[in-house]
Design a binder for this molecule. Structure first.
Ligand SMILES: CC(C)[C@H](C(=O)O)[C@@H](O)C(=O)O
Ligand code: SF4
Length: 426
């Protein structure tokens, strides 16, 4: 029976959707929920505006304080079409008085901005017109990607319907070995459960490995939850979260599931002996330990994206690139996930290290992650990337190939000109 009996103890998803819809909810139930934050970017925003204008005859939002417009995909505008779309969204942001508007050079990749600006908070219900909106789950929010027409309804009414998902508890335990990171953990998990292993489930990450992770690491996990089909990928908000948001002037309380909450399934992973992981083309679940792919020649290495474009990611890459050179015949492209990350890297001399090694370092943009610009792959070219997707043609030509790995593995591969194990450099 859909809806079942409401249990007294709730998972994070049930608590958030219950609060947002003002009732006691159970998995399978359809609810109409009030949205706390709605985000669009330069590519999806114009579609939303079009639908809103069609329905309402003019562009409007239910609450300008709860709407974010962030330019990131084709930033700075790389062609006339992109410039046209950005002109539209700039006008809309001004007309509606959107304060959470981040133009070129004033934000960065939307998912990074939501978290680092302290917009995303524990217990919030967040929707974004982008599949990696799940990233905000890192601070304990139920955050999910929606289509442009759903977003148009959110802009008009502030509400959206959801089917309350079943929850899956992912327990990760053990101390990560040197050279092995959150990226390797999530690639390993996706490799085991496959790309549809968590379809429409609310995934919660638990265990001491997760508790010991920083918010940037947790963002990598949450970000890639959607690559196993999850509706949301959440980490309970603890003291690490409270402190991270406090540094951004936001006071929050810890937030997690009720003790004894019911999960549809529990997955257990022990990671103390995990090797660096690499997802081979053309699927994110085609995951192998780096030792199985070592020596595969590459043309391009990319460090960046909403998955792994943070300060800490570049610091790990710089440990390997410092005093070394990117291999002859290989391009290494390094793009921080936001202007704030870029500024911090600049101040600490990390950008210098990357540039001296021969990296092409750019200001924040999605750029090559989706084959947009600043590093589109040609026929048969091979890239190793710290991003999250390696579908056919993802970063350029349909015959190009993308391997996904941690920033350290990408950096080691850039130095050798072939897929390499970062551990020997650390
Ligand atoms: C362009 C956008 C709608 C898309 C998404 O939704 O994820 C992009 O960000 C991606 O990573 O493929
Ligand atoms: S960095 Fe890549 S994955 Fe992230 S929002 Fe941009 S295009 Fe999508």
């Amino acid at each position: 029976m859909l809806g079942g009996c409401a249990s007294l103890t709730k998972t994070m998803a049930e608590k958030i959707l219950g609060r947002a819809s003002g009732k006691d909810v159970s998995p399978g139930e359809i609810v109409e929920a009030n949205i706390d934050l709605a985000m669009v970017h330069d590519l999806t925003g114009p579609h939303v505006v079009e639908v809103v204008e069609e329905i309402a005859g003019e562009v409007k939002v239910w609450d300008p304080e709860k709407v974010a417009i962030i330019f990131d995909h084709h930033v700075p505008a790389d062609k006339i079409r992109a410039a046209e779309l950005q002109v539209i969204m700039r006008r809309v942001a001004r007309k509606l008085g959107i304060k959470k508007f981040h133009d070129v050079g004033r934000g960065g990749i939307c998912h990074q901005v939501l978290v680092e600006e302290g917009y995303a908070r524990p217990g919030m219900l967040i929707v974004g017109a982008d599949s990696h909106t799940v990233t905000s789950g890192a601070v304990g929010a139920f955050a999910t990607g929606i289509g442009a027409s759903d977003m148009a309804m959110v802009w008009l009414t502030g509400k959206l319907w959801f089917m309350v998902p079943e929850s899956i508890k992912v327990n990760v335990i053990g101390k990560l070995p040197k050279g092995v990171y959150a990226k390797d953990v999530i690639l390993h998990i996706i490799g085991k459960v496959t790309v549809d292993g968590a379809t429409y489930k609310a995934v919660e990450f638990h265990g001491d490995t997760i508790r010991n992770m920083t918010i940037p690491d947790r963002m990598t996990l949450s970000n890639m939850s959607v690559e196993m089909g999850a509706k949301a990928g959440m980490v309970p908000a603890d003291e690490v979260t409270v402190q991270y948001l406090r540094e951004r002037g936001v006071e929050v309380k810890p937030f997690g599931p009720d003790p004894g909450a019911h999960y549809e399934d529990e997955w257990n992973f022990e990671v103390s002996k995990l090797e660096p992981q690499v997802a081979a083309p053309y699927s994110v679940d085609n995951v192998h330990p780096v030792s199985e792919l070592e020596g595969t020649p590459i043309d391009q290495a990319f460090i960046g994206s909403c998955t792994n474009g943070r300060y800490e990611d570049f610091v790990e890459a710089a440990k390997i690139l410092k005093g070394r050179k990117v291999a002859e015949g290989v391009r290494c492209i390094a793009i921080p996930a936001s202007i704030k990350q870029y500024m911090k890297l600049l101040k600490d001399g990390i950008i210098d290290i990357l540039a001296e090694a021969g990296c092409f370092v750019a200001h924040s943009t999605c750029g090559p992650c989706l084959g947009g610009h600043l590093g589109v792959l040609g026929p048969e070219e091979v890239a190793i990337s710290s991003s999250n997707r390696n579908f056919r043609g993802r970063m350029g030509h349909p015959t190009s190939k993308v391997y996904l790995a941690s920033p350290a593995t990408v950096a080691a591969s850039a130095v050798e000109g072939k897929i390499a194990d970062p551990r020997k450099y650390l």
